[in-house]
Design a protein. Structure first.
Length: 258
């Protein structure tokens, strides 16, 4: 059996023109990899979790309901409801943001979260462009809103800066008393799907493959990985893998409750 690990930052094709795998492909791959749990967290949406729930129930895979909130200032966080009431608050928050914006968009700010965050677990996701020593302006207000229900996500981008970035995030997490949690930043279930991910990136950017340049990912690493591989990648910070299981224990809501 691979080392226990839950992938909590995973987008499906319901993250329009970003995710490159169907929810059921992600669920079945998670099952084959022996993941303790999988969270489908689509961009400002809960749309992908319905098909994922159906596939997870058939396959016997633990599925966590989640959404990736992208705020107007660029802050990104994955939120997971602990119970039915928290799921209702998350749905209301998304409805608020979509009601303010054009179709397909969502307009939410940090100041919207406190009224809806009770019972929600949150993972703050630093952008790939974040550099050691740079501030994370959203960290303090999110810590005040979510209190002990906030984690700092750490993803590896395989760009030559991962070691310094991960060490700096671990220091920031310790200084802020916010646990560090490992994240795959998954966009597809298999490396072979990377070419499709490039195509949808070009559609989103209104450009051709030849003209896409640095808008395309530099590698095909944003696929689901098992616990052994994630343990290898986070060998210097093993507690970050354990925190994925701590979140899984708390995020008990299931669509079966609806």
């Amino acid at each position: 059996m691979p080392r226990p690990y839950a992938e909590l930052v995973c987008a499906s094709n319901f993250s329009f023109l970003r995710g490159a795998s169907h929810p059921d492909e992600l669920v079945l791959t998670a099952k084959a990899l022996g993941l303790a749990a999988l969270a489908i967290a689509d961009r400002n949406s809960l749309a992908g979790v319905v098909r994922a729930h159906r596939a997870a129930r058939t396959a016997g895979q633990r599925l966590l309901v989640a959404s990736r909130l992208v705020l107007r200032d660029g802050t990104e966080l994955v939120v997971l409801p602990r119970d039915r009431a928290a799921y209702g608050r998350l749905s209301s928050l998304l409805s608020l943001g979509k009601g303010r914006a054009a179709k397909g968009e969502c307009d939410l700010g940090l100041d919207d979260l406190p009224a809806y965050c009770d019972g929600l677990l949150a993972i703050l996701l630093p952008h790939q462009a974040w550099r050691p020593g740079a501030p994370l302006a959203a960290l303090d207000p999110l810590r005040q809103a979510f209190r002990r229900r906030l984690w700092l996500g750490a993803a590896l981008w395989h760009d030559g800066r991962d070691r310094a970035r991960l060490a700096a995030l671990a220091d920031l997490a310790a200084a802020s008393r916010v646990p560090l949690v490992a994240a795959g930043e998954v966009l597809y279930h298999s490396p072979q799907r990377r070419r499709l991910a490039d195509v949808v990136t070009c559609i989103r950017a209104h450009c051709t493959i030849d003209a896409a340049g640095f808008r395309l990912a530099a590698n095909a690493e944003r696929f689901l990985k098992d616990g052994d591989e994630m343990a290898r990648l986070f060998a210097t910070h093993p507690a970050a893998l354990e925190e994925t299981l701590a979140i899984t224990e708390q995020a008990r809501f299931s669509l079966d409750e609806l």
